[in-house]
Design a protein around this ligand. Structure first.
Ligand code: TRP
Length: 340
């Protein structure tokens, strides 16, 4: 992890599209680190409802409802709104305004070459008819990042092209006004192994693949997920030697069991034969139940007062607007758009 190279003078911005509640994969890949980083430097967390609409315009109610759900997930894992500024993207019009200028610094061809955009176009079947807002969301994301002068953007590896494109915009803008107004940002991606496979063994835990464990999962859902977990299909009898590679139970134990020595022993035993799937699953289940019980309890407590959560988001959004307005004024000033 690169936390060590992040200092108190850094500014972090990252966020999530509000298309669904967050799951254990988000926890391992990013939420856990945000909880740590909020003590290191200023951190802005964006509920990207406007970006979610770029491919969910027909589902705007889902996008709206998940603003609260994602906020609850943040609070449940221990993100502290006194330390992190949590805000709603669509309520910061400065971002839209900034991105309208940035659109003049990117070409359609460059947007079409963005590897993440390319993949997403395929995935969503947009080949024939790409919504313009979708194609151009990298410029909007550049606005999200630069508005806060973010230096660090913790994201999944799939977002690296977004940060690259952001930095291109930063360099072009600064060059065109001959001043260093905007700041380049560094993508920080989770270390290898921080990407949790789905419990079916598929490479990625994802709600749409149906292999995800939401952070709000009840005890029964957790046991069910562990019971369904992919192990070694050739490990038929307890006495048979079993495979550890690709065995999701062991992948999860590597991530969640803090006792690495015990995991090593369990692996050796499993490989020798004589250790049954039920036993290792029960062990993992205990760990996951213990991890998620307090998260669920905190989530339920916050969910009892949604108005208080919305008030918190309102305060966060006000802070975010203030910061974004400063950058917007600098950007416009540098272009001579400071008329009065
Ligand atoms: N694109 C990100 C995602 O798919 C969400 C996001 C929007 C974001 N704006 C951002 C992430 C700015 C980091 C920085 O999850």
């Amino acid at each position: 992890m690169t936390t060590q190279t992040i200092t108190s003078s850094d500014i972090i911005l990252t966020g999530d599209r509000t298309t669904g509640p967050l799951h254990l994969g988000h926890y391992v890949g990013s939420l856990k680190r945000r909880v740590e980083l909020q003590h290191v430097c200023r951190q802005f967390l964006l509920l990207a409802d406007a970006q979610a609409l770029t491919d969910n315009m027909g589902n705007y109610l889902k996008v709206r409802e998940n603003v609260l759900q994602v906020a609850l997930d943040y609070l449940a894992v221990g993100i502290d709104p006194e330390k992190s500024v949590i805000f709603i993207q669509s309520l910061v019009p400065e971002l839209t305004e900034l991105s309208s200028y940035y659109l003049n610094l990117v070409t359609v061809a460059r947007l079409e070459r963005n590897p993440t955009i390319k993949d997403e176009i395929k995935l969503r079947g947009f080949e024939r008819d790409i919504p313009a807002g979708f194609l151009t969301y990298p410029a909007a994301q550049a606005a999200d990042i630069t508005a806060f002068k973010a230096t660090i953007v913790p994201v999944g590896a799939d977002q690296i092209p977004m940060i690259e494109q952001t930095n291109e915009i930063v360099r072009r803008f600064n060059a065109s006004v001959s001043r260093d107004i905007l700041v380049e940002a560094r993508a920080v991606v989770p270390e290898q192994g921080a990407r949790l496979p789905g419990f079916d063994g598929k490479a990625k835990m994802s709600k749409s693949l149906g292999n995800a464990l939401p952070l709000s999962a009840c005890a029964d859902e957790i046991s069910h997920a562990v019971r369904m977990m992919y192990t070694d299909p050739n490990h038929l009898r307890v006495s048979d030697p079993g495979q550890v590679e690709g065995n999701v139970v062991f992948t999860y134990l590597d991530v969640f069991d803090e006792d690495a020595e015990r995991v090593a022993e369990l692996k050796a035993h499993y490989q020798r034969g004589g250790l049954g799937d039920t036993v290792i699953k029960r062990h993992l289940e205990g760990i996951l139940q213990e991890l998620l019980a307090p998260v669920r309890a905190r989530r339920e407590a916050f969910a009892k007062d949604p108005q208080a959560v919305m008030d918190m988001l309102k305060r966060g959004t006000e802070k975010a607007r203030e910061a974004a307005a400063v950058t917007l004024a600098e950007v416009k000033g540098a272009m001579g758009l400071n008329y009065f």
